[in-house]
Design a protein around this ligand. Structure first.
Ligand code: C5P
Length: 396
C-alpha cells in the first residue's frame, strides 16, 4: 500500500553510527511512494556515503550551503519549502543542542530553522549522552518548540553499553511518519473504541469467551488517532500493543466493558463498538475451581448487557458505529442489526474473512445504502472507515 504517495519528505542525516539505518529508512519511505530528499551534515557523510542515499532515494544528496546546483542559490529555502515534513534520523546530541539554541551553521540546521513544515527527530547517541542534563534540557526546549520525537529506544548500543539512546528501527520511524501524515479528519474529536473479546468466568480457571484477535478494533483505534482524534481504547485481553497516545482501559467481562464505556461516553463525540462481546455471562460463577469429579455440571447463563444499544439509546448519544460479523447473508443481517440497535452506521464483514486475519473487506451500511470496500489491510480499511465517519458527521 502506498501510504505516502505524493508526499515529499526531507531526510536529514547527522553524524552517528545509526546513520547506516538511514539507508533502510529511505528505502521504506520511497517504497510507500514518498519523494525523499536527503541532506547530510559533514559528519553524517563520514558514516554513510551520500551515493548510497542518492541511489536509494533517486535524488541528489545535498551537503553544502553553497550548492551551485540550486537555481536561486539558497538551498536552505529551496529544499525546505516544498516538503511535507523534515525528519532528522539519526539526530545526534550535538544536532539537538544546535536546534535548541537556534543555530544555523550548516545546511541541515539552517533549513530546520527556515522550514515551514513539521520537524521530527529520531535521536541516536550513547546513553550517558542522552541522559546528560544538557541533552535533557535541550529535549525539553525542543518539545516546547513543537518539535516531535520518535524514540530513542533502549537496548545494546554500538559502544557496547546498554540503555536509552538507540535510534528507533526504520520500520517504526516509517510507520510514525505515515501516521503523522494522515489527513486530520477527526482533529480533536473524542473517540471511544471497544475491541477484543470479553471473558465471562465459570470458575476460578474456566470461562467462556469469543474468538477475537482484537486486530480490527486496534486498527480502528490507530486510524482514529492518526486522524487527529483523542482516542480511548477499551479492550478485552489480546496480544496486541495499543497505539501510542491512545488512552487504554483493560477490561475482562462484558459488565466491566459496559461500566468503562459508560464512564467515558459522556465526553465522546464518536463511539465505535468493534468488541466481540460475549452474549451470555455465567450466573453465580464459582470463585474456586470446580472439581471434575462432580457428575453433572449445570451452568445458568444470563444475557449480557448490549453495550452499543445502551449507548445508542442515551439522550446525548455520540455518533454510534457498530460492527457485525456474520457467517452468511452478511448485508441482510447487518442491516437488520443497524435498525435493532438504532445506530446510524454499521460495519459488516464475513467471519471467515475477518477472524484472526490481517486483511478484511468491510461493508459500510448507513441511511444512504451500503458500500463494500475492496479487500486490504485492517489498518487501511480502518482509515477508509474514518473518512466515511468524518463525512457522515459533517453532514449531520
Ligand atoms: O448483536 P451483535 O452482537 O451481533 O452486534 C454486534 C455489535 O454490537 C458490535 O458492534 C458489538 O461490539 C456490539 N455489542 C455490544 N454489546 C453486546 C453485544 C454486541 O456492544 N452485548
Amino acid at each position: 500500500m502506498n501510504e505516502l504517495n505524493g508526499k515529499r519528505i526531507l531526510l536529514g542525516v547527522t553524524g552517528g553510527i545509526a546513520a547506516y539505518k538511514a539507508a533502510e529508512l529511505v528505502r521504506l519511505l520511497t517504497k510507500e511512494g514518498a519523494d525523499v530528499r536527503v541532506v547530510m551534515t559533514n559528519s553524517g557523510t563520514e558514516f554513510i556515503p551520500p551515493l548510497t542515499l542518492q541511489a536509494l532515494s533517486g535524488n541528489p544528496v545535498h551537503t553544502s550551503m553553497w550548492d551551485q546546483s540550486i537555481p536561486n542559490g539558497m538551498p536552505h529555502i529551496e529544499l525546505s519549502r516544498d516538503c511535507d515534513l523534515v525528519l532528522v534520523a539519526p539526530a545526534t546530541a550535538n544536532f539537538m543542542a544546535k536546534l535548541a539554541a537556534g543555530r544555523a551553521d550548516d545546511l541541515l540546521s539552517t533549513l530546520c530553522l527556515a522550514r515551514d513544515c513539521p520537524l521530527i527527530l529520531a535521536p541516536a547517541m550513547n546513553k550517558q549522552m542522552w541522559e546528560n542534563s544538557s541533552t535533557q534540557r535541550n529535549l525539553d526546549t525542543l518539545l516546547q518548540d513543537g518539535i516531535h520525537f520518535v524514540g530513542p529506544d533502549s537496548g545494546i548500543q554500538a559502544c557496547g553499553e546498554q540503555g536509552a539512546g538507540r535510534m528507533s528501527e526504520p520500520g517504526l520511524i516509517a510507520s510514525e511518519i505515515i501516521s503523522w501524515l494522515q489527513p486530520k479528519l477527526l482533529q480533536d474529536r473524542n473517540v471511544v473504541v471497544t475491541a477484543g473479546p470479553t471473558y465471562e468466568a465459570i470458575d476460578a480457571v474456566r470461562g467462556i469467551t469469543n474468538a477475537s484477535s482484537g486486530k480490527m478494533g486496534y486498527a480502528v483505534a490507530q486510524a482514529a488517532r492518526d486522524a487527529g482524534a483523542n482516542v480511548t481504547l477499551i479492550s478485552g485481553k489480546t496480544s496486541l500493543v495499543p497505539p501510542s497516545q491512545a488512552r487504554f482501559i483493560s477490561i475482562i467481562s462484558a459488565k466491566d466493558m459496559l461500566d468503562a464505556v459508560l464512564n467515558e461516553v459522556d465526553h465522546a463525540d464518536i463511539f465505535i463498538s468493534v468488541a466481540a462481546v460475549a452474549d451470555f455471562s455465567v450466573r453465580n460463577p464459582s470463585e474456586r475451581k470446580i472439581k471434575k469429579s462432580q457428575q453433572k455440571l449445570n451452568i445458568e447463563f444470563d444475557e449480557t448487557p448490549d453495550i452499543l444499544k445502551t449507548v445508542a439509546s442515551r439522550k446525548n448519544r455520540p455518533f454510534c458505529v457498530g460492527f457485525a460479523a456474520e457467517s452468511e447473508d452478511v448485508e441482510e443481517y447487518a442491516k437488520k442489526k443497524r435498525m435493532e440497535k438504532g445506530i446510524p452506521l454499521i460495519v459488516a464483514n464475513l467471519v471467515t474473512e475477518a477472524l484472526n486475519s490481517d486483511t478484511n473487506s468491510l461493508i459500510l451500511i448507513d441511511d444512504d445504502g451500503s458500500k463494500t470496500l475492496p479487500p486490504s489491510s485492517k489498518l487501511e480499511q480502518a482509515r477508509l472507515l474514518m473518512t466515511h465517519i468524518s463525512r457522515l458527521i459533517t453532514k449531520q
